[in-house]
Design a protein around this ligand. Structure first.
Ligand SMILES: Cc1ncc(COP(=O)(O)O)c(C=O)c1O
Length: 407
């Protein structure tokens, strides 16, 4: 490896942006995790992670749910297998459910057709006419449409606030609330929610906490260990990792999850067996990919922070980011997602040649997308969301440089 592209666990575990850059330039993948790294500030996950077999999350990503005699769990494609109808239960789907519940440190996990199937089936399980939901001001657009469309028609009231500001949360919880819903680092503006503090406030007010952990994955944070009641994902993104299929997951305590599982069987949004097979393969390398996404994102964020065409970089790994303090105490790494407020005239999305101008995220490629300004929901003008991939960071930077060059 050359061009300063090596990524080390030391770089990943370090809180310091400068240390991350230095490590990137000088260390190798073969380097051992430093002794005592588990005591650094980002080790919430290491300290709270509980595996049934007493293993680390990286080991469970490889072995949990697998068939001990096969290198890949087989695909049970039939509508009926071992006497069970696939809309309710299927051996391949069940095997990946064991892996995901183990990774999230949950009692029970279910696999859904996609992230939106996870979100809609979960919310429809717990909300009823007259229920009230509090959400972060910016959330994934599909969730926003679900809340403002079908849920509103069913008589569910919602209120959106800046949940990075816990005083705002406390204030709106004076009104009886059933569900507090947020993404740990929000899509697309990267508001950072303090999971432990927000969950405590919600519980104090009698509300259930549902967290979308798509952007960080259980390798970087385990919301259930920090107080959330339910954690869900678009596993289409980092968990699948290679842009090869849609899938979702929901995890939590058995009492709640049995109700979501029953909704899944009536709404029908279960994961396809083939996608469960692909998700197993993606999850096996999730820890390594997340380390690389984090290290690359830090490097790209630092580069863009000094670029004249960039007004502001949103990345919780940067000391300048308003979410840095909240993120530092709860994550193992800051993730691969960056937001960019561009100066007028920047045409980055149209001009990238290596990176892809696509709306998805969490893939191995670097993806860039334009966003529409919405001051009320905290989405700045000239905003671009970047999902930093696992390529050589110097190659990503070279592409960004040419895309942002004056012409
Ligand atoms: C945070 C978040 N949650 C949920 C979803 C929906 O996932 P899916 O496309 O798998 O339905 C997305 C999609 O981009 C997302 O970014």
């Amino acid at each position: 490896m050359n061009k300063g592209s090596n990524v080390s666990r030391r770089a990943f575990l370090s809180t310091s942006a400068a240390a991350a850059t230095a490590s990137l330039a000088s260390t190798s993948l073969a380097e051992e995790k430093p002794k005592g790294a588990a005591k650094t500030p980002q080790t919430v996950l290491t300290e709270t992670y509980k595996s049934a077999g007493g293993h680390d999350v990286t080991t469970d990503a490889v072995y949990a749910g697998e068939d001990s005699g096969s290198s890949c769990y087989p695909i049970y494609q039939g509508t009926t297998n071992r006497g069970a109808y696939t809309r309710g239960s299927n051996p391949t789907i069940n095997s990946v459910e064991v892996k995901i519940k183990q990774l999230e440190g949950a009692e029970f996990g279910i696999a859904t057709a996609c992230g939106m199937a996870a979100i809609s089936q979960t919310l429809l399980t717990f909300l009823k006419p007259g229920s009230r939901m509090v959400l972060n001001r910016n959330v994934y657009i599909g969730t926003e449409k679900l809340v403002d469309g079908p849920l509103k028609r069913l008589g569910v009231e919602s209120q959106r606030i800046n949940m990075a500001n816990l005083d705002e949360l406390q204030a709106v919880l004076k009104k009886k609330t059933d569900i507090v819903y947020f993404e740990v680092q929000s899509n697309p503006a990267l508001d950072v929610v303090d999971v432990k503090a927000a969950s405590a406030l919600a519980h104090g007010a009698g509300a259930m906490v549902i967290v979308d952990n798509t952007w960080l994955t259980p390798y970087l944070i385990q919301p259930l260990a920090l107080g959330a009641d339910i954690v869900l994902h678009s596993a289409t993104k980092y968990m699948m990792g290679h842009g090869c299929g849609l899938c979702g997951i929901v995890c939590g305590p058995k009492t709640l999850m049995k109700r979501v599982e029953s909704s899944r069987s009536v709404f029908g949004g279960i994961m396809a067996p083939m996608n469960a097979f692909l998700l197993h393969q993606g999850l096996k390398t999730l820890p390594m990919r997340m380390e690389r996404h984090c290290a690359n994102a830090m490097r790209i964020a630092q580069f863009l922070e000094t670029h004249p065409m960039v007004k502001k970089v949103h990345y919780p790994g940067l000391a300048s980011d308003p979410g840095h303090a909240a993120a530092s105490k709860q994550v193992r790494g800051f993730g691969g997602m960056i937001g960019l407020e561009m100066n007028k005239g920047a045409q980055l999305v149209r001009r990238v040649k290596l990176c892809r101008p696509w709306t998805s995220l969490g893939d191995v490629q670097t993806l860039v997308t334009n966003y529409t300004h919405n001051a009320a929901w905290g989405i700045p003008a000239n905003y671009i969301r970047m999902s930093v991939g696992i390529e050589d960071p110097d190659d990503i930077i070279a592409d960004l440089k040419q895309a942002l060059a004056k012409r």
